[in-house]
Design a protein. Structure first.
Length: 415
């Protein structure tokens, strides 16, 4: 099915093998808004009061918030849209209401002088969930074909917006393995199909494309951009290394990092004795929470990574490899650096239902270092995110943080 869809779509396109030039849409300094924070059950997805606030963050973000982002030096908002709502059913009234909500959100952002990346933000979901997540879309040809149709619908709808103002990211963090040749090749074919579906529906919009392995640098570097053959593309990758630092205390990120606390950024922000005390405290926390093989694996992870983080003259050395990987790939394929986007990075600040409270300075240190590396390589960037666990401005329910961080990045943003 994917192969036939690809062949049909390619017949509609003019494919060029010349080196890429700059995309129509430009993004240099961006921030993501959030996914839905109240998550009603799928049985309510046709309720008028639910759909009326799509995307749901519009309940909590004002025109003044976007004006602040513009004043702080941001030029773009990456706007996640939950694709499961588009796949739920084929009710035309419901679809029209969802697309109207997307338009209202875009208008709110554009009116503040910011550009928009409409991000089809797939996320993994459990097999028992009533609605489709990334793994289900990757595994089912029928569901993937429906997803490609949804991408085409959104792309076509966005044709009412200027191509220099609104771009479309066709998928978020595909979970296929970029090291397994079969899965890597399968993702390449799927990406070509998504690109073709969107491009056939909208010949002008800039499309944001990514690799497998959760949209990582290695996933991007495994792609052959000539297979897409489109100059009007931005290539994106995500990086959250070192994971034990950026995701410490995240209860949804696995048994290991869920139990970590107090790890500074950079690692040398504290002296060796304080570092040893933090590692010992995390070891105690892991032993109290886990047992058997899980405990041993978590302790080995903590000790190995803690040692590596302190065993270098460059305290931020763990941040560098993804940038080198993507730069080498871009140069090998004659892709302009301004057509590369570090599409997600960030550091957790709080976690739902826990006492996690990561110091604002640690988070600023990490984000400034990532921004510095992205800009030194000539890449645009988009920090995650406006609110939630990684929020720079808001918490989970729209409450403003005591110390918002977006305006404290100003010195990094200024040339």
């Amino acid at each position: 099915m994917i192969a036939s869809l690809r062949a049909a779509l390619i017949a509609l396109l003019t494919v060029s093998a010349v080196p890429a030039v700059a995309a129509t849409f430009e993004v240099r300094r961006s921030i993501s808004t959030d996914l839905w924070v109240e998550w009603p059950g799928a049985e309510r997805w046709n309720d008028a009061e639910v759909i009326a606030a799509f995307p749901e963050w519009r309940r909590h973000v004002s025109d003044a918030d976007f004006a602040e982002l513009k004043a702080a030096g941001f030029d773009t908002v990456r706007m996640p849209v939950e694709p499961a709502f588009l796949l739920h059913d084929a009710d035309p009234e419901r679809l029209a209401a969802i697309l109207a909500g997307i338009d209202a959100a875009i208008a709110m952002i554009v009116d503040s002088g910011l550009n928009v990346i409409v991000d089809m933000h797939t996320i993994p979901r459990g097999s028992g969930d009533a609605y489709a997540g990334t793994d289900q879309i990757m595994a089912s040809e029928a569901l993937f074909a429906r997803y490609a149709d949804a991408v085409a619908q959104v792309a076509g709808h966005l044709g009412r917006w200027p191509a220099a103002t609104v771009a479309l990211e066709v998928i978020n963090e595909p979970t296929l393995d970029c090291y397994d040749r079969g899965e890597r090749d399968r993702w390449a074919r799927m990406l070509e199909a998504l690109h073709g579906a969107a491009r056939a529906a909208n010949g002008d919009i800039t499309l944001v494309l990514t690799g497998a392995c959760w949209g990582s640098a290695d996933g991007l570097a495994a792609l052959d951009p000539d297979a897409v053959g489109d100059d009007n593309v931005i290539w994106t990758f995500h990086s959250y290394e070192p994971f034990m630092v950026t995701h410490q205390g995240a209860t949804w990120a696995g048994d290991i990092v869920a139990h970590l606390r107090d790890i500074p950024s950079p690692p040398d922000a504290i002296d060796a004795d304080a570092w040893d005390r933090i590692v010992a405290g995390n070891e105690r926390r892991i032993r109290a929470a886990l047992a058997g093989r899980a405990e041993r694996r978590a302790l080995d992870f903590l000790r190995d990574h803690a040692r590596d983080l302190r065993a270098t003259d460059d305290p931020m050395a763990a941040l560098a490899p993804p940038f080198a990987t993507v730069s080498a790939w871009a140069d090998a394929h004659d892709i302009a650096r301004e057509d590369i986007l570090l599409g997600e990075f960030g550091m957790i600040g709080r976690e739902w239902g826990t006492d996690l409270d990561v110091p604002a300075q640690y988070r600023l240190n990490y984000m400034r270092a990532m921004i510095g590396k992205a800009e030194a390589h000539g890449f645009g960037w988009s920090v995650w995110s406006f609110g939630g666990a990684f929020g720079l401005v808001q918490g989970y329910g729209g409450e403003r943080l005591d110390q918002p961080l977006h305006d404290r990045l100003i010195w990094t943003l200024m040339d």
